[in-house]
Write a protein that binds this ligand. Sequence first.
Ligand SMILES: [Fe+2]
Length: 584
Amino acid sequence: MPTVDAIWTFSIFRKLPIFGVVPQAQGRRRSMRVLGINAIFHDPAAALVIDGRVVAAAEEERFSRRKHGKRPLPFSAWELPELSAAWCLRQAGIDAGSLDAVAYSFDPGLCRDAAELGLVDPWDWLRIEYATRAPQFLAEALPGLDPDIVRFVPHHVAHAASAGLAAPPDESGTTASAVLVLDGRGETASHLGGVYVEGRLRQLASQQLPHSLGLLYEDLTRHLGFLHSSDEYKVMALASYGQPRHLGLLRDLIRTTDDGGFTVDQIDWSTLAKPRGADGEMTADHADLAASVQARLEETILDLARWLHEAADGPATLTMAGGVALNCVANARIAAEGPYRRVWVQPAAGDAGTALGAALHLATVLGDTTAAMPGVDLGRGWTDDELEAELRRAALPYRRPDSIAAEAARVLAGNGVVAWFQGRSEYGPRALGHRSLLAHPGDPDTTRRMNDIKGREQFRPIAPMVRAERAAEIFEGELPSPYMLFVHRVAPAWRERIPAVVHVDDTARVQTVDPATEPLVAEMLAEFDRLTGLPVVVNTSLNTAGRPMVDTPREAMELFGSAPVDLLAIGPYAVHRTDLGTAG
Ligand SMILES: [Fe+2]
């Protein structure tokens, strides 16, 4: 197995003259600037790393308002995250001409013919062609950019870096970790197992296509009538309603191998449950199939994680990325049953996170020491004055209370719904207290109301946020959990007190809130606790059906105007529905 450095040397500098000197290594400027780009499949995104630190990262969907940015078709591979990339540069006050390097999270030079890989993807060559031309497309999209500074980073190396390099050190200050990438597909593989030591990745395992846990789950998603490469989390939620009665069969069809990989045989889903159309009836057979695949997925990932622990000489921390690492039920099981003391999952574990990972990886290759990501609030933000100007423009009756956190807590305590727009927006699919829709967890009807506002299926759970210091008395499992990437069993004494956030299997997908990093959210939770005796609030993403999360003040006001939301808490300002005159 070649080392990642070897792969990198081949792929990244392939375009340089043989006797050339790496331009960035020669006479390095004081401030190294690397832009990361994800564009190849879906969730296009951009991230900017300066001097090894992530200064901005955003998904294109928050700008273009197209959910997931684009569909993962070969025909769309040329589309770049132009708006988010341009914003990253503006945020840092630099232009494309002053970048040192651009890291593109896919290396067409590593690709092979799709049929050779066992994939049915007759237009895959077009995807590779577009990727090859990405430097020219990028130069077109970002005026002033020199196409020769664009470097290709292998897709799973980018995912791995988004985990191993972005994770904070453990409590002893150690940054070394095992890293597990669980994906649909990259250039030729679907998975990577490795270890990060002193910022360098050593690859220990890689599963070649067509065997893929991500593609398996996508295929099931399609069979169950959901949108693949988008709605996999619905299958995970559905699984908790079923019995894993096909687990024995799936153990025969999905097997781990002794080199840290796995095989997935062809599965005819129709023999296990009828294909369901988008509006078709959901039956117990569908739930049982989802439960069976989910259970086998968990077992398989546990095996991979155990193999990796041994191969990597027993590191204390496992870091994870790749779309499958957004499966918070599987993550919880790895944390509970796996051999690691700590499991850290990149919050933008899907392909969006490869923009950040590619940039971090290239920064290390170019000689920088990188720092862990500071949090997920890496997107757009507005000053108080800018927010006030937007409210005036919209002619909305707003107030500036002494404390917006206390104002929101009062509305929540009265069973109102709050649109919470604070600070910079989140990178990744979860709302984590910056673009959130909040509600009372004690009313069993809250789930229905929130799913109605958001146009979601009623079987979908809604999630809680909790003050970090109170989390352990209410929720079991991997804590703290600041990014909502694990499910946790709810303590029996609390289930009836917070019924809105307890899923059918008595679990909840918790976000723990640390006052040191999220002081405003922590203050709101503390005030809600004082008023109700509950240190927990319902937190879902600030969006309505099928739309990306709200990013701008105007989008927040549009949502407030079109959904039964009682308070818009935008920066320090409060807009109450009862102040709107005829409404309320
Ligand atoms: Fe990926």
